[in-house]
Design a protein around this ligand. Structure first.
Ligand code: HXC
Length: 521
């Protein structure tokens, strides 16, 4: 009897193993070969590379489609998506990885439900959700059921926004309405040359607008990281993209109730930074390398820039001070003199809100002439877009420290996290200057009559500019009013920033009750 039981059980186990193997083979060796030939890993290889070795636990491998629509008799192992959880650097994450070898990774109802359930689990346990996208979009054979599958995912992307970090890697096609799932997540990363995102493809575009464009030109990683701002980071090949995900997660907490992990790297917190004295020219017309300033201040010079190719007049990214994660927002005087335009405002506002969602303190470095003048900017709504930055800073309750490195003028002074807009600590270097506008523009306006009626207008103008500079083009007027907490030695900046950050660790700030705010969009 016992022998019989054993034999029966072994039969069942063999069947289970056979079924599992079939599922693990996805669309089969031929399609896997094609996937590799295209320079892409398979869905399972990506998961194995992303997660700590041996940590992946698959859920729902035997899920099947519902045979609806034109799907009767169609084989679709795991319904074209591998789902489950595992660890990255010892921390739990949930992951779904679309399998392009199975019906082009197309999304049907079951495929959508697998993703949705994985997201539900991630939120229940408070862990990030990572989506590895490689899909031909809605599964045509399933009709409206596949659209419903997408709906389940989009809905969760939105309601789980700000609850746990959501990261999307685009590692193949991502077309049609499918792009809206990644677009709703916190970070979108793309592989160079092997991924693309668009709402309507080249064929449809050609028939509607007669424009001829390739997949890459329409929605490749360069387009979305440098021009549209849809994607945050790009890298060469699947492995490099997956490495970036790991790096990104190291700066983030598991969920909105936690803080980012403390990762000290031995860089002394009181390290002096005398190199800054030579880096920043006091002449406001001489640009300098703000990236170098940022790296000098952060632990080990490590800075993960977010959206490095988009709106280069604004720098955003993650680093650490004394092991504590910080989000850096900085003007870049090398591009458009660091002026704020529409794209820079959008980029900064989004980043500030991401930091605030996930309890990452914000360090703002200011060197800004103002909002960018121009008919184009005005007509495209710089008022509405600039307002996003003001809103995002004011709304953020994480520790907020501002350092004015050089000029800080006008509305941009307020938009770059000034004291009145809610900064906790504002510091300035002696090169800092806070004013309504630059000395030349100001003198032309307030002394126009005197300049025009003077026997020597040029000399009078120069004298008035000097007069204005003396009065306002320095940090001491603002410091005198308490808008700046202290004027500091650049060489002592890292130590002081770290001290302020540590002091602010226990910061608590309440906001009045509301259902939710209404950020200008
Ligand atoms: C079901 C699909 C499919 C789809 C491709 N396949 N697209 N199956 N639904 N949408 C299948 C193919 O029949 C093929 O099966 C396999 O996937 C691989 O496709 P290929 O065309 O051979 O691959 P490739 O040459 O690499 O081209 C990839 C592609 C192309 C560019 C993505 O397949 C394509 O254009 N597909 C249609 C994309 C699309 O229009 N999707 C709908 C978008 S609208 P076999 O068995 O031969 O391997 C949308 C709306 C979402 O997504 C709305 C959400 C609200």
């Amino acid at each position: 009897m016992a022998d019989n039981t054993r034999a029966l059980m072994e039969e069942l186990l063999a069947e289970m193993e056979e079924r599992r193997k079939a599922v693990e083979l996805g669309g089969g060796p031929e399609r896997i070969r094609k996937q590799h030939e295209g320079g892409k890993m398979t869905a399972r290889e990506r998961i194995d590379y992303l997660l700590d070795e041996g940590s992946f636990v698959e859920l729902m491998p035997f899920a099947e489609h519902l045979e609806t629509g034109l799907m009767a008799g169609v084989e679709a192992p795991a319904d074209g998506v591998v789902t489950g959880y595992g660890k990255i650097a010892g921390r739990t994450v949930f992951v779904f990885s679309q399998d392009f070898t199975v019906l082009g990774g197309s999304l049907g109802k079951t495929h959508g439900q697998k993703i949705a359930r994985t997201m539900d689990m991630a939120v229940k346990v408070g862990a990030p959700i990572i989506g590895l996208n490689d899909s031909a979009g809605a599964r045509i054979q399933e009709g409206v059921d596949s659209l419903s599958g997408y709906g389940e995912v989009f809905y969760r992307n939105a309601i789980y926004s700000g609850v746990v970090p959501q990261i999307s890697a685009i590692l193949g096609p991502c077309a049609g309405g499918a792009v809206y799932s990644p677009a709703l997540t916190d970070f979108v990363l793309m592989s160079k040359g092997t991924s693309y995102m668009f709402i309507t493809g080249p064929e449809v575009i050609k028939s509607v607008t007669r424009e001829e464009v390739s997949f890459e030109q329409l929605g490749g990683s360069e387009v979305h990281t440098a021009r549209s701002g849809v994607a945050h980071l790009e890298a060469e090949g699947d492995e490099a993209v997956l490495d970036l995900i790991k790096q990104l997660l190291s700066y983030l907490p598991q969920n909105a109730k936690e803080r980012p992990p403390l990762v000290p790297n031995g860089d002394p917190i009181d390290r002096q930074t005398p190199e800054l004295l030579e880096m920043v020219n006091p002449d406001p017309k001489k640009p300098y390398n703000m990236h170098e300033v940022i790296k000098t201040l952060l632990d080990g010079g490590e800075f993960l820039e977010i959206q490095p190719a988009y709106a280069k007049n604004m720098i955003t990214g993650f680093g650490r001070l004394g092991g504590q994660s910080v989000g850096v927002v900085a003007n870049n005087p090398r591009f458009m003199a660091g002026a704020l335009d529409i794209n820079a405002s959008d980029k900064a506002a989004r980043f500030i809100r991401t930091c605030d969602c996930f309890n990452v303190p914000i360090l703002t470095l200011v060197d800004v002439t103002g909002f960018l003048p121009g008919v184009g900017q005005e007509h495209q709504g710089i008022i509405r877009h600039g307002a996003k930055m003001l809103y995002a800073y004011a709304e953020a309750t994480v520790p907020k420290i501002t350092l004015i490195t050089r000029k800080s003028y006008g509305g941009a002074y307020l938009a770059m996290n000034s004291k009145d807009m809610g900064a906790d600590v504002v510091l300035a270097w002696p090169t800092g200057a806070v004013a309504v506008m630059g000395a030349e523009g100001a003198a032309n306006i307030i002394y126009r009559r005197q300049i025009q009626s003077s026997p020597d207008p040029a000399a009078t103008r120069a004298a008035k500019i000097e007069e204005y500079k003396k009065a306002f083009d320095n940090p001491y007027v603002a410091a005198g009013r308490g808008y700046i907490d202290d004027v500091i030695d650049p060489a002592d900046t890292r130590r002081l920033l770290a001290l302020h950050l540590e002091m602010l660790t226990t910061k608590q700030e309440e906001r009045p009750y509301k259902k939710h705010g209404n950020i200008p969009l």
